[in-house]
Design a protein around this ligand. Sequence first.
Ligand code: F6P
Length: 362
Amino acid sequence: MSKRIGILTGGGDCPGLNGVIRAVTLHAYNTFGWETIGIRNGFEGLYEQQYVDLDPARVATILPRGGTMLGSSNRANPFAYPLKLPDGRVEIHDVSKICMANLDRLDLQGLVVVGGDGTMSFGQKFIEKGASRIVGVPKTIDNDLEATEYTIGFQTAVEVVVDALGRLATTAESHERIMIVEVMGRYAGWIALTAGLAGAAHAVLIPEIEYDIDKVISCFNRRSARGVPFSIVVCAEGAKPKGGDYAVAVKGDATKQDKLGGAGERLAQMIEARTDYEVRTTVLGHIQRGGTPCAFDRELATRFGVKAVDLIAEGQFGHVAALENHRLVAKPIAKAVKKLKLVDPAGELAKTARAIGIELGE
Ligand code: F6P
């Protein structure tokens, strides 16, 4: 039997995952003569032994497609796994031993774990338990992994937001309204600030800077006084007013994180309670995660996929493919999950925004 490697995609999907699957399969086959096994739905497929054989023909047309052909799950935490009992009740169990046994049975040269902070931390725990042949590829539209400058999916999400900002600007101008656009990014403001800069927003509210509602409103007033009675606000889903908390739509539990939502509408209500401005809120939601990956994400996915196979070939297990100063490097998975990479309020991106008059609500 020829040697083989495995790949799984875990956590929330994003554009570019199929590019990684394709690059891993092609490089493994073309360069090393290895087979590739796809594990379905993240670590859920490892527990339930749901596998799919991958080969060059099977991945031939997937590069431009969003989502992941392997499926993904953001409830597949093998260390706190929701097991459905015959009577319909759900109990949380640690199924990691079963996953480890299944991994042994697969007898892989290496396993490529494509994920964000959650999936990577499961990978790290498996390594600590002795499943040493794991490498990682960082993905998430949130771009909040410390190990890498860019994660797969981020640039595409930014493109989606920038397109929406352009569309909303014309209708905002026609009706002289304040348009709030709530964007994803969880506890990090990368999508909001990057898209705000690229999409000519007038105010950008990010989780890293608690906003003062009076400052936000004074931005609209300044513009109105100049004869421009409309404004575009990018509000990160994790944005908080001074002294306030995250807007949580659904509380999380042992198996899943809090679901953020409502930050944009909360802001709209605060503005309307204090002014006569007419305000409309658009929540972009999962549109930011769907559809075809942009060229940057396709390229990055391909580079990360090739690097991940190289890491296996070189025996550099326990590492993720990462981008540093535009160069491809390997970083320990442990570093990727140690802490979230957040926007620095004193950093260059925030300074650039301030320099051109974008209101950050400080
Ligand atoms: O982490 C990616 C992300 O899209 C976040 O930006 C967002 O808060 C969350 O996932 C949404 O998760 P779900 O798809 O479970 O609603």
